[in-house]
Write a protein that binds this ligand. Structure first.
Ligand code: CP
Length: 337
């Protein structure tokens, strides 16, 4: 396995996580147009499960980095003729691809791919892991609070089938946050600290809602008619959130099921910011996958909307002018020789 692969959050030390978040912030603040030094690196996006955000934000990140994304459609591939996942990925390696991004319904599908040498980035495995979703969630929390230590996160809904819940718990606790879970009893996950949503809605700095993962067989014996009022974020619970608290959701959102439709774009919601942050984080993860060192540490901890980008752009403009002047000087020297 390539050492720059990203399969689970456990692959990353706290320093690695902070470097990725720093690089993602740098992509917003000062290195928007930075590209991979290798020309047109080929990245295959192998999605064996439907996806909008992860698939197309990887594609956007790849284009922005000057890589060449290539989409793979399982039902148009030799998978339909019985080829294994290993042989499919090995084929991409053999025909010159530089990295693969994989989403697959099987938990920990990547254990079959130990012998692959190109970097693999996990875009979600069954109910196991979703590391890039976790990183974009971390970036969203960091942008809001400037830290993780002491942040209280309440994750609500279908915890049992959620890879987002699993990845976020592991990383957030390691970074010093406290994570509690709420939802239907039959979707509790062994070893996870479950609490009553109503008693904890005013405790949380972050309320993270999860969709019912029907594609993984989630059904509720009591039915889902009153799900919003029983287990979701309705307006009454919203009004009891702390003033500074935010709403997050990995999406896709089922409006009116786990969250009242009017709250999806409410003042406290960061759901669409999460999606924008996904492109920044995936650029950082791809940069790392190609073995490139992290950028210099940024000093600013300001949320994106409070950043004074004019200052940064002025600095960049000045550097560009200096570079042009140097080039001109060098040109004159050559002519006089
Ligand atoms: N959050 C997430 O993984 O969304 P997609 O399934 O649309 O990629």
């Amino acid at each position: 396995m390539n050492k720059n692969s990203l399969l689970t959050m456990k692959d990353l030390s706290v320093d690695d996580i902070l470097n990725i978040l720093n690089d993602a912030r740098a992509f917003y603040i000062s290195t928007k147009d930075w590209q991979l030094p290798m020309r047109k690196a080929l990245v295959a996006n192998l999605f064996f499960e439907p996806s909008t955000r992860t698939h197309y934000s990887f594609e956007s990140a790849e284009y922005q980095l000057g890589a060449q994304p290539v989409d793979f459609t399982a039902d148009q591939s030799s998978i339909t003729k019985g080829e294994s996942l290993y042989d499919t990925v090995k084929t991409f390696e053999a025909i010159g691809y530089d990295a693969v991004v994989i989403r697959h319904p099987q938990d920990e599908y990547f254990t079959e791919l130990e012998d692959i040498q190109i970097p693999i980035i996990n875009a979600g495995d069954g109910k196991g892991n979703h590391p890039t979703q976790c990183l974009l969630d971390l970036l969203t929390i960091y942008n809001e609070f400037g830290k993780f230590d002491g942040i209280k996160v309440l994750i609500c809904g279908d915890v049992a089938h959620s890879r987002v819940a699993a990845s976020n718990r592991e990383a957030l606790e390691r970074l010093g946050a406290t994570v509690r879970f709420a939802g239907p009893k039959e979707w509790e996950r062994e070893g996870y600290p479950f609490v009553d949503m109503d008693e904890n809605i005013g405790w949380a700095d972050v309320v993270m809602l999860l969709r019912i993962q029907r594609e993984r067989g989630a059904t509720l014996s009591e039915g889902e008619e009153d799900y919003l009022n029983q287990y979701g974020l309705n307006k009454e619970r919203y009004n009891r959130m702390q003033d500074h608290a935010i709403i997050m959701h990995p999406a896709p959102v089922n409006r009116g099921v786990e969250i009242d439709s009017d709250l999806v774009e409410s003042e406290k919601s960061r759901i669409f910011e999460q999606m924008s942050n996904g492109v920044l984080v995936r650029k950082a993860v791809l940069k790392r996958a190609f073995g490139l060192k992290p950028f210099e540490k940024l000093t600013s901890q300001e949320p994106f909307e409070k950043l004074d980008l004019k200052d940064e752009l002025d600095k960049l403009h000045k550097l560009e002018q200096e570079l042009e002047a140097e080039k001109e000087k060098a040109g004159k020297k050559v002519k006089t020789l």
